[in-house]
Design a protein around this ligand. Structure first.
Ligand code: NAG
Ligand code: NAG
Ligand code: NAG
Ligand code: NAG
Ligand code: NAG
Ligand code: NAG
Ligand code: NAG
Ligand code: NAG
Ligand code: NAG
Length: 766
């Protein structure tokens, strides 16, 4: 038996040796592991550690080469770090400093570093990047880096890819840019860079993609642009201030597929050399001061799918050579000085889905004598008649039926966002979409009909399909959308009772809008199975029964506001950005910005009866409670004084009686209180925000309310004249304070909008 330990030892050594021999590539160097763990712990300390899940797999006991977002080379050093969206600030007021990156700079072997979408503030760390000389790919897009690009960054002469999109960087683009000799992609859009493009940039012969949109760059575009012969995308659009002629040398860029000079001050004609750009798929010269006719040779560019020339001073006819553009999908020619007949061949280009003609200055004429059978697939046509003379021909009306989502959309893989909202798309089946995780789909306010589709991509996170003509039951496999955060079905018709369909909703849902969906049934006691709900809108339905006591068990609504769960999903920021959630907020229908901050419960406009359960006072995170327009009776519970986050409380149009509880004076955020059309009596409480509730209409039609807010003296108050003066002074002071109490508006929105537009553009242009 004595030999057993020895045997065991030998076996262990053997195992260790073999594992070293067999898997030599997966050993993560200890100092690099420490660097990564240091990074994680800084981040975890910023969040409440229990809520930070994004780097859960970074476990000290395991080999860091196996961690999510980390890749190692064959020799076992960390070469790739994908840290996109790991540091989304928990709340807007907590901003994360770029200093958290310090540990990362100890990993000298890095070839790829992606720190995009982290909203980091402060300057780009100076020394840090200079040491990462092996970097090939650096993505720092969508942060709040400010200041200028530090010189140390230009030491990264191996860089192939540099993305600084959507930061607050400024200063001139200097000659140092020339040191990135191997660069193939340079994205500096949406910053505050100024001045001309330095000549050295035209020496970067490997450049394939150059994006400088949305800066303060300007001056003449140098003919030297023609040297960048490998360019495939050239994007100098949106509030860049380029002027003068578009240089003929642009025609030397024969590999160009995407050219956008939109929204500058270019003048003169469209250069004839553009005829050489036979690979061009998208041409956008809109919103400049281009004049002369649209050259006929444009018809030779038959690879073009998108031609946008709107808002220039182009004259002459729409060139007939364009009918050769057999792939054309989108043509914008409005707000020019074009004349002649609107060519009927336009409506025969089968691929054409979007057409804008007419507008300011247009002298186009409809030819009403030719009868046309349109063959295009137009889904959007804008032909502002102000610029077009002649009668709109009858046959145009037959286009209305053509509003189907083009089937070709199924060919796009890895969709991130598809926003077709506020159009006139119709049809009753959704093409198969090949989307990535965190997919955002917005089909709201169109004419879709038929059953609610079942074939949404599995990774769908946001689903806006309200304002259509969908009808029928909820698809049974909706629960399979385990990442779904937002579901907006408003203004469709859903069959079924709420209590029966509740289990169809995935538990991941944070936002559920079922407003005006003809829902029947009652609010079931197991409502809190939708455990992530933060916004629940059940208004304008036919719900009956009473509000169950268990409603107060919705966990997200009863945490105090500061501990509302942080969403780690970039997709949630999508919703902030696109602002497509429309709810009643403070008495008007509004598109909410900064969705992450809202906690709403709207049960208004149903046939709910019974009394208000006192437990509702537990919903501490609620910002708005609307139970108006029902048949609710009994008293306003004393416990409403515990709704510490409430900003808007609407119990109007019910059968409530008794008095308004004094406890409401504790609601420090309250700015709207509507108790009208009830049977309330007695004195409106004073103190705190209650003193500012002086909107008469919110108290009218009750059975005898009194109080200084509505200038009706209560019998019990017989103030002395001295007392009254003091009271009024008191009041005016509170009014002033009251106006400052409001909701802080997130300041990321602008950046987010821009970057998402960018994504959107990329999605469709490539
Ligand atoms: C970069 O390298 C230099 C020289 O080795 C060193 O002094 C400096 O501390 C390093 N910077 C960082 C941020 O690691
Ligand atoms: C960058 O932002 C930080 C934090 O907001 C600020 O302290 C600093 O002064 C800014 N630097 C520049 C150059 O604007
Ligand atoms: C553009 O191409 C022409 C013909 O190949 C050449 O002569 C000219 O030098 C080129 N211009 C630039 C700026 O590359
Ligand atoms: C369209 O582009 C393809 C490749 O991008 C190219 O081979 C073809 O010649 C182009 N078509 C025309 C008419 O130039
Ligand atoms: C369309 O292209 C063909 C072949 O290149 C050419 O012969 C014809 O003239 C073109 N049509 C127009 C209207 O330019
Ligand atoms: C739901 O069912 C439909 C039809 O059976 C199917 O096409 C779709 O992929 C399913 N969706 C999910 C998320 O499982
Ligand atoms: C409710 O939805 C229907 C369609 O189902 C729509 O016609 C109506 O305008 C909507 N009502 C409101 C108030 O939005
Ligand atoms: C409450 O809901 C009703 C009906 O849906 C709406 O008219 C009212 O504006 C809402 N109240 C507030 C304070 O938003
Ligand atoms: C509401 O009050 C107004 C004015 O006091 C009165 O004319 C009206 O009849 C009342 N309506 C109801 C439904 O009580």
């Amino acid at each position: 038996m004595a030999s057993t330990p020895v045997l065991n030892l030998m076996l262990s050594i053997f195992l260790i040796l073999t594992s070293i021999i067999i898997f030599p590539s997966f050993s993560c160097p200890i100092h690099q592991k420490h660097a990564l763990l240091d990074f994680k712990s800084t981040l975890t300390a910023i969040y409440n550690s229990t809520q930070y899940v994004e780097l859960d797999s970074w476990n000290p006991a395991s080999d860091c080469c196996y961690w999510r977002r980390v890749n190692c080379s064959g020799t076992g050093s960390v070469t790739k770090l994908q840290l996109s969206g790991v540091a989304i600030p928990p709340i807007d007021s907590v901003l994360i400093s770029s200093e958290i990156l310090s540990p990362i700079f100890r990993i000298r072997s890095l070839e790829l570093l992606d720190i995009s979408w982290n909203y980091l503030i402060g300057e780009i760390p100076r020394d840090g990047f200079g040491n990462l000389t092996k970097l090939l790919h650096l993505d720092m897009g969508v942060n709040n880096f400010n200041g200028s690009i530090p010189n140390q960054l230009f030491q990264l002469t191996n860089l192939r890819y540099l993305d600084m999109t959507a930061n607050n960087l400024e200063g001139k683009l200097g000659p140092e840019l020339g040191s990135f000799r191997k660069l193939t992609t340079l994205r500096l859009s949406y910053n505050g860079f100024q001045g001309p493009i330095p000549a050295q940039l035209f020496e970067l012969e490997s450049l394939r993609d150059l994006y400088l949109s949305g800066n303060n760059l300007g001056g003449h575009l140098s003919p030297e642009i023609g040297k960048l012969r490998n360019l495939e995308s050239l994007v100098l659009d949106q509030v860049n201030f380029f002027r003068g002629k578009i240089p003929e040398e642009i025609g030397n860029l024969t590999k160009l597929r995407y050219l956008s000079l939109q929204d500058n001050s270019f003048s003169g004609g469209i250069p004839s050399s553009i005829a050489n750009l036979t690979k061009l798929e998208s041409l956008d010269l809109s919103v400049n001061s281009l004049s002369l006719e649209i050259p006929t040779f444009i018809g030779r560019l038959t690879n073009l799918t998108s031609v946008h020339l709107l808002s220039n001073q182009l004259t002459g006819p729409i060139p007939s050579s364009m009918q050769n553009m057999s792939k054309l999908e989108s043509l914008y020619l409005d707000d020019n000085m074009l004349d002649g007949e609107i060519p009927t061949w336009l409506f025969k280009i089968r691929t054409l889905t979007e057409l804008e003609i007419g507008g300011k200055g247009s002298k186009l004429i409809w030819n009403n004598t030719t009868k046309v059978v349109p063959r295009c697939s137009l889904i959007r046509i804008s032909m502002c008649s102000c610029g077009i003379s002649g009668q709109i021909p009858e046959w145009i009306s037959s286009l209305k039926d053509l509003g189907l989502i083009p089937k070709s959309i199924s060919n796009i893989t890895g969709l991130v966002l598809l926003d077709l909202s506020r159009n006139r798309f119709s049809g009753d089946n959704l093409p198969v979409l090949k989307a990535r995780d965190n997919f955002f789909l917005d089909l709201s306010d169109n004419d879709f009909s038929g059953k609610i589709p079942m074939n949404f991509p599995e990774g769908t996170e946001m689903l806006y399909i309200g304002g259509n003509k969908f009808s029928g039951s909820l698809p049974s496999n909706l629960t399979k959308l385990v990442n779904l955060i937002v579901l907006d079905l408003r203004n469709n018709i859903i069959t079924g009772n709420l209590e029966d369909i509740l289990h169809h909703f995935p538990t991941s849902l944070e936002i559920l809008v079922l407003r005006n969906t003809s829902l029947n049934g009652f609010i079931p006691t197991n409502i809190s199975m939708c455990s992530s709900l933060r916004i629940l809108d059940l208004s304008r339905n036919n719900l009956t029964g009473s509000i169950p006591r268990q409603m107060a068990n919705l966990p997200m609504m009863n945490m105090s506001a500061s501990s509302t769960r942080i969403s780690h999903f970039i997709g949630t920021l999508n919703a902030d950005t696109l602002q497509n959630l429309i709810v009643n907020w403070k008495s008007s229908s509004q598109r909410l910005r900064n969705l992450r901050f809202f906690v709403l419960l709207d049960l208004s406009g149903n046939n709910i009866s019974g009394e208000i359960p006192a437990s509702l006072g537990n919903l501490k995170a609620l910002k708005q409670l609307n139970i108006s327009h029902n048949k609710i009776s009994g008293n306003i519970p004393q416990s409403f004084g515990n709704l510490e986050g409430i900003e808007s409380l609407d119990v109007s149009h019910n059968e409530l009686s008794g008095s308004i509880p004094q406890s409401l004076d504790q609601l420090g955020q309250l700015s709207v209180l509507d108790v009208s059309y009830n049977m309330l009596t007695g004195k409106i409480p004073r103190g705190g925000q209650m003193d500012t509730m002086n909107e008469l209409k919110y108290f009218q039609n009750n059975s005898g309310l009194c109080g200084m807010q509505i200038k009706i003296e209560c019998p019990e108050d017989i103030p002395s004249s001295k007392g009254r003066v003091e009271e009024e002074e008191d009041l005016s002071r509170i009014f002033w304070q009251g106006t400052w109490i409001g909701f802080p508006i997130g300041f990321f929105s602008t950046i987010l909008i821009m970057s998402y537009l960018l994504n959107f553009i990329q999605l469709f242009k490539f």
